[in-house]
Design a protein around this ligand. Sequence first.
Ligand SMILES: Cc1cc2nc3c(=O)[nH]c(=O)nc-3n(C[C@H](O)[C@H](O)[C@H](O)COP(=O)(O)O)c2cc1C
Length: 183
Amino acid sequence: EQPNLNKNDSLHNRKILIVYLSRTNNTKVVAELIHKNVGGDLVALELQNPYPENYQKIVAQVQQENENNTLPTLKTEIDSIEKYDVIFLGFPTWGMQLPPPMKSFLSQYDFGGKTIVPFNTNAGYGLGSTIQTIKTLAPKSNILKEYSTKGGIERDGILFVMKGDKVIEVKSEVNKWLKSIGF
Ligand SMILES: Cc1cc2nc3c(=O)[nH]c(=O)nc-3n(C[C@H](O)[C@H](O)[C@H](O)COP(=O)(O)O)c2cc1C
């Protein structure tokens, strides 16, 4: 079992960063719900060279980056990662893996002694190897239990789903999850 945040560690003393990657805004909505709950700094991960709009093209590019272990260059820079105690990491599942920009992010900073809290949306196939990759790339961090929910299915032309009943459900799930991990 993964440990929760130390209950003695006052909420007020934890400096929180929420970093997320989102192409069709589903993960972005989850990030914003978390932000409303826990506060802190909210940062969207952006690439120096953005991915193609076309779905087949991005799938092909991501597959190639995964095969070649290419880490795309980020445009986003975090001022000083040292000042944060807790880092929420939001990402879609891409090719059943952690998206390459998140691999870039984790490879670029030192997460030793920090708490990482993953959250995810996917087309219904789950988290794949994403959590294992976070463990590998941030080996000295304390990784809490993730939140994951079904998002869009871009392959089938279903892009944004975080509205109506779905967003109400996600909001309630996120609240419960945050409570369960000590927020
Ligand atoms: C390049 C690419 C690859 C994807 N691969 C998967 C996958 O392997 N498994 C899955 O369940 N969903 C996959 N999806 C669907 C996304 O995970 C899903 O639509 C997610 O909600 C998108 O989040 P976003 O709106 O924040 O970008 C993929 C989407 C893209 C664009």
